[in-house]
Design a protein around this ligand. Structure first.
Ligand code: SF4
Length: 327
């Protein structure tokens, strides 16, 4: 690990100024991903500015919805009555991720910004990784790519985004509030993550010096929801495929509204409006859900070892929607 300086910010403006002042400086939240990456030599910040004591940990009602401070711990959000009662899909997604110890330490702001778990990204002995070293190539494309993306990837990077929480937030139409040198702004969730294209090292819409201050959930949509995660073992494992489904079905079992987002298959939570449109007004049956699943995986491109994810994504979509419909 290379030497770095450490400071604890007492205000958001101080933190932003401190990160702006020193090239290579980073904000430090719970550290559950960043510190691991520093130990592996993947991240080499020149300075860490700890922000966990900034006043951004509240979870409160706001404008008919709920505002979650970026420093709120994953476990606090998952167990909060407002989240459990109004946004159960988010509580389910959070509780399916990591371990209780990690959820107690990790912040939701950090959860959004966690890095891919691509094996080659994590191991600097592999020289080819465009995300770690821009322009160096991608070892995963010809390598062991079982956990990699089948949607939204590029010839420069096929990594997936690892967050369960982000998949739930995508289905809930959350917004991300950020603060930076130019002031505050709000980013719709669908615009927060970038696809890799030829710049996979640029992962979000955040600009230099900007920090996440809150996640805003709109008023809870009527209906039921389900987060379904498929993985190699039943705990402490990342999703091979996951699905967050929010479904409103009338008394005749006709779908009034639907939202579906997939995880584990793409560089960001995968949501296709046409798939949701295909559900509206239709009967809540497996056949309807299959039509939506087919739209969600349109354009999927399998690598040597991850072809199974395409069919798994179809089946996970159908099962998550049918579980949500059944309540
Ligand atoms: Fe790096 Fe992305 Fe390729 Fe993994 S998939 S080796 S993160 S460029």
């Amino acid at each position: 690990m290379l030497p770095f300086t450490y400071s604890r910010a007492s205000s958001a403006d101080d933190a932003i100024a401190a990160v702006q002042k020193q090239q290579g400086a980073k904000f430090l939240g719970g550290g559950t991903n960043l510190v691991d990456l520093m130990k592996m030599g993947v991240e080499q910040p020149s300075a860490l500015v700890e922000i966990t004591r900034l006043p951004f940990a509240d979870i409160e009602e706001r404008a008919g919805g709920v505002r979650i401070g970026a420093m709120a711990r994953n476990s606090a959000v998952a167990n909060h009555p407002l989240i459990r009662e109004r946004y159960p899909v988010l509580a389910q997604a959070l509780l399916s991720g990591a371990s209780p110890q990690i959820r107690n330490a990790a912040t939701v702001g950090g959860n959004l910004l966690q890095r891919t778990r691509c094996f080659y990204f994590y191991d600097p002995s592999y020289r080819e990784c465009n995300k770690r070293v821009p322009g160096s190539g991608c070892a995963a494309i010809q390598g062991y790519n079982r956990i990699h993306a089948v949607l939204g990837a590029s010839d420069h990077c096929v990594a997936t985004h690892p967050s369960d929480m982000a998949v739930g937030l995508a289905a809930l139409d959350a917004k991300i509030s950020v603060r930076g040198p130019q002031g505050e702004r709000t980013i719709p969730f669908a615009e927060f993550y970038r696809l890799p294209g030829d710049t996979p090292h640029l992962e979000t819409d955040l600009k230099a010096g900007e920090m996440i201050t809150a996640i805003d959930l709109p008023a809870a949509a009527p209906g039921r929801s389900q987060y379904l995660k498929v993985r190699d073992r039943n705990s402490y494992a990342f999703a091979l495929v996951s699905a967050a489904a929010v479904l409103n079905v009338d008394a005749d079992r006709r779908i009034l509204d639907a939202r579906i987002a997939l995880g584990g298959v793409a560089p960001k939570p995968w949501r296709i409006p046409a798939a949701e449109q295909a559900l509206r007004g239709k009967p809540a049956t497996d056949s309807t859900f299959s039509e939506a699943a087919e739209i969600l995986v349109q354009g999927a491109k399998a690598l040597r070892y991850n072809g199974f994810k395409v069919e798994l994504a179809r089946r996970t979509t159908v099962r998550a929607l049918s579980s949500a419909a059944a309540g």
